[in-house]
Design a protein around this ligand. Sequence first.
Ligand code: TRP
Length: 436
Amino acid sequence: MSQRETWTSRVGFILAAVGSAVGLGNIWRFPYMSAENGGAAFLVVYLIAVALIGLPAILAEFVIGRETKKNVVDAFRNLGGPVAALIGVLGLFTGFWMLSYYSVVGGWVIQYVIGSLSGAYFADPGMYFGQVSEGTGTILFHAIFMAITIGIVAAGVEKGIEVGTKIMVPSIAILMIGMAAWAFTLDGAGAGYDYFLTADFGVIAENYQSIIPDAVGQALFSLSLGMGAMITYASYLDGDDNLLGDGISITVLNTFVGVLAGFVVFPLLFAQSIDPGSAGAGAVFVSLAQAFAELPAGGIIGFVFFLVLLIAALSSAISLLEVVVSYFVDNFDVSRPILTTGIGVMIFLLGVPSALNINTFTMFDNIASNILLPLGVTLTVIFVGWIYGGGAVAELRRGLGKNSSFGPVWLWHIRIVVFAAVLGTLALSIMTFMSA
Ligand code: TRP
């Protein structure tokens, strides 16, 4: 079997991880959640959730990956035996499952990129969303998105994922900053900022029982935790980098893109006096499309916006596929391009029902977001806290110094605070799932 690949640089690893984290969740879910839950006050709660839960949890995945240098299944097996390996199998399954419908959304976005140039959605944005999101055309664009994802992953960790995300992630940041600057010049910008950021601590005092777990859940989802994406990416590290430093860079960049998205989305909507409505795919695809339709030169702005969304979706999709591909590349003597194509085609087929029916799509998403991911995070945290334990501390200390006191503090924090938070999130998610 050929030598296992590694990132060519620390920046390559960081950008790949940011590419995984920054996705559709940052661009619509996050701004809406903030706006509806107390604006800047929510942002404070979210930042605390990222620092206290998201960051320690991402480090838990990093140490598993870097110590074992294995795909998600063999990583858990190496550290904890055959029963622990089941956590990895769950991750593999989740990657397969999530990408099937994530790619369907990717296909919608491609149609919006094209539609911005052709003006296809200008006359009736609501109707266009209906056309784009269900039917044979949807299958075609789902196939195109999957083909691009396969192409990048087939090219390998260095030449595909690392090169790809080194272009994609800076493009996302630059285009978003450009759009936020442009949005600042719009007439409705002030009202948009108010809607997004006016701090209302009263909302939080009243609804903290739901807002705090929502913020924790969003932090975990946004960092792509719970299915082995970060384990897999960290498995391509060699050397003794400071993982804490990497984790901080990744979480800060991820939050930055979410906040920037709010600075784009709300000024745009308020400039056209469009009711931001409620969170959901409809927000981006219907309300924003309406704003682009009404703005002078809106087609160009729409093109750039949906292009950013497409890049963000793509750089997340490749990490979902890599989790699965990595397992097969490590275990079978078949070339990466062939394995990637075979797995990609199966994922494409699993996505077809979601492309034909938006209710199926919603069900797939509900199962992944509310069950599979929170379950994966909880099991990972239990595993690192109680089984891997001291080994995890030693691995973390490799970049921090042998006697760094951060290591044991982190472990106890994982065992108590992170564990309680992820368990609470899991319980709540299951309740959400039951009532959905
Ligand atoms: N983090 C992604 C976003 O914000 C979504 C996501 C959740 C994800 N889990 C993942 C992406 C695992 C890739 C891998 O949109």
